[in-house]
Design a binder for this molecule. Sequence first.
Ligand code: SF4
Length: 270
Amino acid sequence: MNILKSGQYTFNETSTNHQYHSLLTASENRKGVLDVDTVKGCTLGLQNHINGCYGECYAYKNARRYGIDFSKSVSRKGSLRHLGEIFYIVKNHYAKWYRIGTAGDPCHDWENTISVIESLKYTNKTPVIITKHWISLTDTQIQRLKNLKAIINTSTSGLDTNSEIEYRVNQIKRLRESEIKCICRVVTCKFGNSAWAKDCNEKQDYLLSLKPTIDNPLRLSKKNQHFTNGDILAIINKDAIGGEKLISLNNSQTYLGTCYKCPDQCGINL
Ligand code: SF4
């Protein structure tokens, strides 16, 4: 089996209104991430937010571009023989880790997520999970992930509601108390001066204080109302890889390039 470069579109997934197929794949995207998504699509993200989180979910936009219904979460699995093929793709890839949660949130099927990670245990590669915990892990699942040395990036933002922040910070605390390496991955913005913007900025500063953190600048479309009304300040960055080129940079030093040179490595180096 070949490593599928940038995107996983096979068979008839390019016609409209299609769902992701349910076969587990391992593919390197343009950023250099080895994506081993155990779930594709994001039912709960789309139920909670039109066009996904903050109206700017890159994975949703990409799926729509290929005529795929992102609101249908599909668990990705495979036969033992197939998992064997995925095993060698992961083992032979240059990176020390692989990512689960690139185009969909693995929380939609934690059991499948953990059993896939267990099948990849002897690749000696670190599983890095990106999630918003729409569905929380059970204590038993947390213990299994701890034994698998998984790193969990909990995605948060100053744009989240107070109750979303409270819930996600509680998940971060739960995981850290269980000695799981949990990164507070903050979707950040450079905010304007309105009361709304100042409130978001305050929440953002709080989230960025929950070290270790990753600063993940929001990429947004020019039609975003918070951008057009000046609440979110953003600049065009022609070199930015993956997603929109319009980026709201809270910190001008934040790295925007490919994974090859990224200092954070999704938390591996933090
Ligand atoms: S949780 Fe992630 S994949 Fe789901 S809608 Fe939000 S940003 Fe998109």
